[in-house]
Design a protein around this ligand. Sequence first.
Ligand SMILES: Cc1cc2nc3c(=O)[nH]c(=O)nc-3n(C[C@H](O)[C@H](O)[C@H](O)COP(=O)(O)OP(=O)(O)OC[C@H]3O[C@@H](n4cnc5c(N)ncnc54)[C@H](O)[C@@H]3O)c2cc1C
Length: 289
Amino acid sequence: MKYAAPSSVEEATSLLSSSPSAQVFAGATDIVPQIHGGRQAPEVLVDLKKIDELVSLTSDDKKWTVGAATPTVELTENQAFSQEFPGISEAAGLIGSDQIQSRSSLGGNLCNGSPAADSVPAMMVNGTRALIAGPKGNRLVDVSEVVTGPGQTCLDSDEFVVEFEIDRAPSLTGDAYLRMIPRTEMDIAVVGAGARVTLAEDGTIAAAALALGAVAPTVVRVTAAEEALIGTTADEDTLAVVAAAASAVCNPIDDKRGTIAYREQVAGVLAKRAVLIAMERAQQRNGDV
Ligand SMILES: Cc1cc2nc3c(=O)[nH]c(=O)nc-3n(C[C@H](O)[C@H](O)[C@H](O)COP(=O)(O)OP(=O)(O)OC[C@H]3O[C@@H](n4cnc5c(N)ncnc54)[C@H](O)[C@@H]3O)c2cc1C
């Protein structure tokens, strides 16, 4: 196995194109344990962390841009980002431990293709887009379309994610991410729930997004819940509809960490709680972009 550390997107693309089994990595917190666990090692491991735009976190008046290999700790430590997207920030802050977060990236979390990846529901509810580079040029793909199944993505073998784009959150908008794990930390979600809410001036919900992780082969949107929330104040009756819709959308596995019935039940509970936290945050974010 060879190691390559390109300093530009073009160099990385040509390395990937020239070697049939080359593979990119960022923090290596998924790929190295997988290789140690017996997965076939690629011929060339292409390190993305030496490319400037892949390890940056910037914003302008339209959007935030997060380099795909940026250590997730930077998302939790950046105050402006955390204030605007507390849900993405708290999801990033749940990945493993301090040591893991100093290496792990959003690009790796997404492209590893785990249904339980913590950042993915949080990115999805915020309409995050992935800029994908390849020999034929760049393409912009909604994060919800990147993972096609457990461990599988829509990327060709010579493509990789350069960065993520997240539109600036309008005022009266809040997001949240919650997960249930059997232990208190360092565990994988049995259920993860990301929610985002935008309020109208009268305090009712003008827009809502809800996504669940670890309950199906890929992260799922709960569109019935999103529709039910519009025009309401997330009262008890509406939250009961949200919980039922969240449970209904689940298609989970049954394993030692949670039965199907347990995951369905927990999905409903976390969905309601995540919506309420997003609501509360939306009420507090009035006026500032
Ligand atoms: C102890 C421990 C605890 C963990 N806890 C959690 C947890 O609580 N929650 C959680 O979600 N995950 C957890 N993980 C898994 C892992 O840390 C995360 O998924 C992390 O975000 C992966 O990022 P990375 O940069 O290290 O990925 P890497 O290992 O570098 O890459 C992972 C995969 O993505 C591909 N890839 C990486 N970057 C790109 C890119 N830019 N474009 C295309 N493909 C790319 C690689 O080829 C590889 O297949 C844990 C891992 C460990 C070892």
